[in-house]
Design a binder for this molecule. Structure first.
Ligand code: GDP
Ligand code: MG
Length: 379
């Protein structure tokens, strides 16, 4: 007779968890994937869906962990204390055809959620920012969608958890829309569709839906599992709903990270700034990045001199999914490069030296003309 989680109930009644969460939302119940639902709620939602259920649900058994027999592996890392693994904010990238409204949407979100928000400060451009909606954070990458995304992908890195595909309601699916979909699919990143510019007289959201359906992005109302939102960045319509849908998608992904230990982060932007030297905006992927840490990033390294958050504040440490500007590197690393904390400065210098040597070799190899019989005779 124990309670059933959202995930379990969805499986029991044969719908996708996010669909169930959606129905619950419409009943004003904001549940997460793992949230346990009481009987009243279960009956309520089943009634909505026209499903009759028997109330003798399975007993919940606590999972039994048995220690492995035999010898433990010598190199096995100590198990992470479970309490350090916590859910983290989704990292979101906007993609879509030029002029369909990516920048405007990012601005609209920032204006409604950051500038007018609690901190009240002027947002500093650091290439990414975090907004808080109903106590939950979302990190938006603010560098031109495609470029950042492709740069990351070129390094085999993916920091984006969710792609918001922006399609203008008056223009419909265009070449870069398709390109964006392909990028997201190759990276196995889920897509939320934001149909923008619904304020325009020529807006035709239905047409956009059927165009996207043809290429496999099927809205929920047609039986698919892609979340669609209708928005206007200019008239600020549907912005809150879009944020809710991002949080819903994040819930489904069950994003988690370790909040302790040496940080690992990814560069999204870098610059050489007057008075600051090289700076790199990174998004922390795991662990805790602190002022004073020795960091290694591509062919650069240094001691973290300062960390600046997206509101321009100096902070002492940064946690998973937080965008933060790092000061103290001896050069500007490329987007997508991994930044790691290393205790041993000597080791850091060695690694950097090796990397520089390897780069030099690569360059020489590509500059040396290949001598073959053919090009000797051609010469
Ligand atoms: P991006 O190239 O995808 O970043 O597109 P932009 O955000 O720069 O927007 C391109 C143009 O569309 C600009 O002139 C915006 O003012 C306009 N635009 C963006 N969103 C909306 C919208 O919701 N409604 C209307 N009417 N215009 C919009
Ligand atoms: Mg733009």
């Amino acid at each position: 007779k124990g309670p059933v989680s959202v995930k379990e109930l969805a499986a029991l009644i044969g719908i996708k968890p996010f669909q169930l969460i959606h129905h619950l939302m419409e009943m004003n119940i904001f549940a997460s994937m793992t949230q346990l639902l009481d009987e009243g709620v279960i009956q309520g939602v089943c009634q909505r869906l026209g499903i009759t259920i028997q109330t003798d649900k399975k007993e919940r058994h606590a999972p039994v962990h048995t220690a492995p027999l035999g010898k433990p592996k010598a190199q096995a890392p100590p198990p992470q204390p479970l309490s350090n693994i916590k859910s983290r904010a989704p990292v979101v990238t906007f993609m879509g055809h030029v002029d369909h409204g990516k920048t405007s949407l990012l601005d609209a979100i920032r204006q409604t959620k950051v500038a007018a928000g609690e901190a009240g400060g002027i947002t500093q451009h650091i290439g990414a920012y975090t907004v808080v909606k109903d106590g939950r954070s979302i990190t938006f990458i603010d560098t031109p969608g495609h470029e950042a995304f492709t740069a990351m992908r070129a390094r085999g890195a993916s920091i984006t958890d969710i792609v918001v595909l922006v399609v203008a309601a008056d223009d419909g699916v265009m070449p870069q829309t398709i390109e964006a979909i392909n990028h997201a699919r190759n990276a196995k990143v889920p897509i939320i569709v934001a149909i923008n510019k619904i304020d325009l007289p020529g807006a035709n959201p239905l047409r956009v839906k059927s165009q996207l359906q043809e290429i496999g992005l099927v809205p929920e109302e047609y039986g698919g599992d892609t979340i669609f939102c209708e928005v206007s960045a200019i008239k600020k319509i549907g912005i809150d709903n879009l944020l809710d849908m991002i949080l819903l998608q994040a819930e489904i992904l069950e994003l988690k990270a370790n909040y302790e230990g040496n940080a690992k982060a990814r560069v999204i932007e870098s610059q050489i700034e007057k008075g600051r030297g090289p700076t790199a905006t990174v998004i922390v992927q795991s662990g805790r990045l602190k002022v004073g840490d020795i960091v290694l990033c591509g062919i650069y390294y240094g001691k973290v001199r300062a960390l600046i958050d997206d509101t321009g504040k100096n902070i002492k440490e940064a946690f998973p999914s937080m965008p933060v500007k790092v000061l103290g590197l001896n050069g500007a690393p490329l987007p997508g490069e991994e930044l790691v904390v290393e205790k041993d400065e000597k080791k850091v210098k060695e690694i950097v030296q090796e990397r520089i040597e390897a780069l030099k070799k690569d360059r020489e190899a590509s500059l040396t003309p290949k001598v073959t019989l053919e090009n000797i005779f051609q010469a």
